[in-house]
Design a protein around this ligand. Structure first.
Ligand SMILES: Nc1ncnc2c1ncn2[C@@H]1O[C@H](COP(=O)(O)OP(=O)(O)O)[C@@H](O)[C@H]1O
Ligand SMILES: [Mg+2]
Length: 281
């Protein structure tokens, strides 16, 4: 399923106008995996909320398979799965019930639900935790339940907002690997927000770099590094070259965004001298 983001601009109006997105344009082909990277506060989560119809932009539009998205229900008709940044589980439901919510809504029979969730819990390392309640799970485990909830319905379009942010390194590697295999088999279109440049390059066909707020697309990179082994890929010369290229642009935006925060008085004066460290490889 294709997704077209056309001339999207957005502002929030609280005490004053906060101009968050400015004329964002991206055309995403069906089955494509695109990452969106940009400084914190540049409007990435807002953009995902606009794509799925949760927020109506003040200008522009989003089309899924050429149909204009006017609200969430229209986006859901296209079999869209969304793992939000603060994707809370229902505290009164156990891990299995939380993970199976989407399947239940779709009317999938109970025994089929069990089969699917069991398979996914095995993949993400949650086997044996089906009956645990969210309060009994670590933050990383709760994230994995939310991940299963999103993927269990075999979505045609997947929106993900920093989905692997608080997983430990080993778990993250395994899940990234299975996730990429899954979406390629399913031919899902993926729009993936991450602050982790390594992850963005390793997983995506293209990477859209956003500017500091108001966020707009600064550059779109095509990633055609061989992806036979996503672990080894990060040590290839092509990877390093692209990483440096993107980071040289991204770091400018991160600094701009920090300067703007200082102007707005959000960061104390004494932190002004902090330089942005290069991210870990
Ligand atoms: N519902 C809202 N009302 C007012 N301001 C908001 C709202 N949602 C987000 N913002 C502000 O808009 C800016 C962009 O937010 P967000 O899209 O979450 O950025 P990102 O995901 O890139 O970190 C931030 O300054 C945030 O505080
Ligand atoms: Mg965000």
């Amino acid at each position: 399923m294709s997704v077209s983001i056309k001339n999207v601009s957005h502002s929030f109006f609280t005490k004053s106008e906060l101009h968050v997105l400015e004329n964002v344009n991206i055309d995403i082909k069906g089955g494509e995996f695109i990452s969106i990277v940009g400084p914190s506060g540049c409007g990435k989560s807002t953009l995902l909320n606009i794509i799925c119809g949760l927020i109506k932009p003040i200008k522009g539009e989003v089309l899924i398979n050429n149909e204009k998205i006017t609200d969430l229900s229209r986006a859901l008709k296209h079999n869209l799965g969304y793992m939000m940044q603060q994707d809370n589980l229902l505290p009164w439901k156990n891990a299995f019930e939380n993970a199976a919510i989407g399947l239940k809504l779709k009317g999938v029979p109970k025994d089929e639900q069990e089969k699917i969730i069991r398979k996914w819990f095995h993949i993400v390392g949650l086997r044996g935790f089906e009956k645990a309640y969210p309060r009994e799970l670590s933050g990383g485990m709760q994230k994995r339940v939310a991940l299963v909830r999103t993927l269990a319905i075999n979505p045609s379009i997947i929106l993900m907002d920093e989905p692997f942010a608080n997983l430990d390194f080993q778990t993250r590697l395994l899940i990234e690997n299975d996730f990429i295999k899954f979406v390629k088999e399913l031919k899902s279109t993926v729009i993936f927000v991450t602050h982790d440049l390594t992850e963005a390059i390793i997983l995506s066909d293209r990477l859209a770099l956003m500017t500091a707020r108001p966020g707009t697309i600064k550059k779109i990179y095509t990633i055609d590094i061989r992806r036979d082994d996503i672990f080894k890929m990060r040590y290839s010369p092509e990877f390093s070259k692209l990483f440096e290229e993107v980071w040289s642009e991204l770091s400018i935006e991160v600094l701009k965004s920090r300067e703007a925060e200082i102007e707005e008085g959000k960061v104390e004066e004494k932190k002004r001298k902090i330089v942005v460290p290069p991210p870990e490889l």
